[in-house]
Design a binder for this molecule. Structure first.
Ligand SMILES: Nc1nc2c(ncn2[C@@H]2O[C@H](COP(=O)(O)OP(=O)(O)OP(=O)(O)O)[C@@H](O)[C@H]2O)c(=O)[nH]1
Ligand SMILES: [Mg+2]
Length: 458
């Protein structure tokens, strides 16, 4: 990441188009850095230096030869009061691709440098306007695919995760101070340092950290969506169910066994959550080359899926072949979907499996029950969590899990009277992990990887 490795310069004046490319009502060109006002003053008809912070001004945008490019609104946000923490000017012009490009070219010709991906947010992070969790939340908010993901990203952007992680850090710093004192004055003994209080406080912090870690299950589902894989014998009605759930004629359905050869994926929204619905080739023994490859892919798809919908043809019932396939499925993430409930030839079913639904993909009955079953597999009670702070980012999850592991070592070491030096090392490692979440202790490589995912202009 260029601006992280070396060339980042506080105050460097950067510019970019902040709106998506193409035609629209308006476009926004953003300029930020020490020279933002100087650049804006050169191209704007009004006296930019006289503008107060957070004010808007209508005027003409002029090219270097003084020709009018557009009539535009200029917004001024000064110094620490801006998003980046540096002087910022935003030009709202008409949303044409050419006009926007022309204004950007003019801005660059007056001395601004083209912004790199995420550089505005990186400025905000470097100038302590936001921490790393908030920077990551910006991207999550932009790419949120459902209402829950949007709410969680908004909470994170407002600083809920930052505050929580900061509170963990503060508590651990106090504990570390007691332990350091113990290293320096071992003859005083830990009891003298208030060991009982420290032990209780450590346990408390650890339990709050574990609580946060455990929200990742829900956070991950909300942010990244859930993969739902349709599995079964040929002709069970998997493709018919896919079409019924999608409410469109997406997959080919015939009475010929082995119709679906390839793995087919489609997005589906259910109850405000995002699902990836995966149809697979019916599983059976075959020598046919293409079908064989399809079956291999089906097996791979269901093994990595979050939820398996095992579709069973009620006309065949839980036959031997179906039972053989069922044996290989991970039971805790499988729902048995008994299809063709409309058929007069349906068989009676007995099973010990707890999650069963009877449907007719043909008549579209039982689909609501199926949805409820999916939700109850995801969440006890069938409704998404109401928790305010959810961990949605796997980077945060891994860092927090590692911090927890180090603190568990500390607890164990305290119980077994291990040497204070070793205990101190573990608590420092835990703090380092928490610092990597908030960005107070992070390598440039990780920073580069995070900000390079941002768009230019953000
Ligand atoms: N009566 C009845 N027939 C159904 C129902 N669902 C599917 N079928 C029929 O079952 C046959 C197979 O349906 P598909 O959806 O192609 O089955 P599949 O599991 O995708 O089959 P493969 O792709 O071969 O693995 C078709 O003739 C469908 O019309 C249902 O709910 N009721
Ligand atoms: Mg099919």
């Amino acid at each position: 990441m260029e601006f992280v490795h070396g060339s980042y310069e506080k105050g460097r004046t950067i510019a970019a188009i902040a709106t998506p490319p193409g035609e629209g009502g308006i476009s926004v060109i953003r300029i930020s850095g020490n020279e933002a006002l100087t650049v804006a003053d050169k191209l704007f008809s009004g006296n930019v230096y006289s503008y107060k912070t957070h004010t808007a001004h209508l005027g003409k945008v002029l090219d270097p030869k003084g020709f009018v490019i557009d009539e535009a609104l200029l917004l001024v946000m000064l110094g620490n009061k801006s998003f980046t923490g540096e002087d910022t000017v935003e030009i709202q012009c008409h949303g044409g691709r050419l006009i926007t490009q022309k204004i950007l070219q003019t801005v660059l010709s007056f001395g601004a440098s083209p912004a790199l991906a995420g550089e505005f947010s990186f400025k905000a992070y470097m100038n302590d306007k936001i921490d790393l969790t908030q920077a990551e939340a910006i991207q999550d908010l932009i790419s949120a695919k459902n209402g829950y993901a949007m709410k969680t990203a908004k909470e994170q952007l407002l600083g809920s995760l930052k505050d929580l992680v900061n509170s963990f850090q503060a508590e651990l710093v106090e504990i570390a101070a007691v332990l350091e004192a113990w290293v320096d004055y071992p003859e005083e003994g830990l009891d003298f340092m208030g060991a009982t209080d420290m032990y209780a406080s450590l346990k408390n912090t650890l339990s709050s950290m574990k609580h946060l870690r455990d929200t990742f299950h829900d956070g991950h589902i909300i942010k990244d969506g859930i993969s739902l894989c349709l599995v079964g014998l040929p002709n069970a009605g998997k493709s018919s169910l896919l079409n019924a759930l999608l409410k469109k004629d997406r997959a080919i359905v015939t009475e010929i066994e082995g119709t679906t050869r390839d793995v087919l994926e489609e997005d589906l929204t259910l109850g405000n959550l995002n699902f990836r619905l995966i149809d697979t080739a019916g599983i059976r023994k075959t020598q046919e080359l293409v079908e064989k490859e399809g079956i291999k892919r089906s097996e791979k798809a269901y093994q990595s899926a979050d939820i398996i919908l095992f579709v069973i043809d009620l006309e065949l019932g839980f036959c031997e072949k179906a039972l053989a396939l069922y044996k290989n499925l991970p039971k805790n993430k499988t729902i048995l979907v008994f299809n063709k409930n409309d058929s007069k030839q349906k068989k009676a079913i007995t099973t010990n499996h707890t999650r069963n639904v009877f449907i007719s993909a043909k008549n579209k009955t039982g689909l609501l029950e199926l949805k409820e079953e999916i939700f109850s597999l995801l969440w006890e009670g069938g409704t998404p969590p109401t928790e305010e702070i959810l961990l949605t980012n796997s980077r945060h999850f891994h860092a927090l899990s590692s911090a927890i592991m180090h603190l568990e070592n500390v607890l164990l070491a305290l119980e077994t009277n291990n040497s204070p030096e070793i205990i101190c090392l573990d608590i420092k490692d835990a703090l380092k992990q928490l610092g990597s979440i908030s960005g107070t202790d992070i390598t440039e490589d990780v920073l580069g990887a995070i900000f390079s995912k941002f768009c230019v202009g953000k």
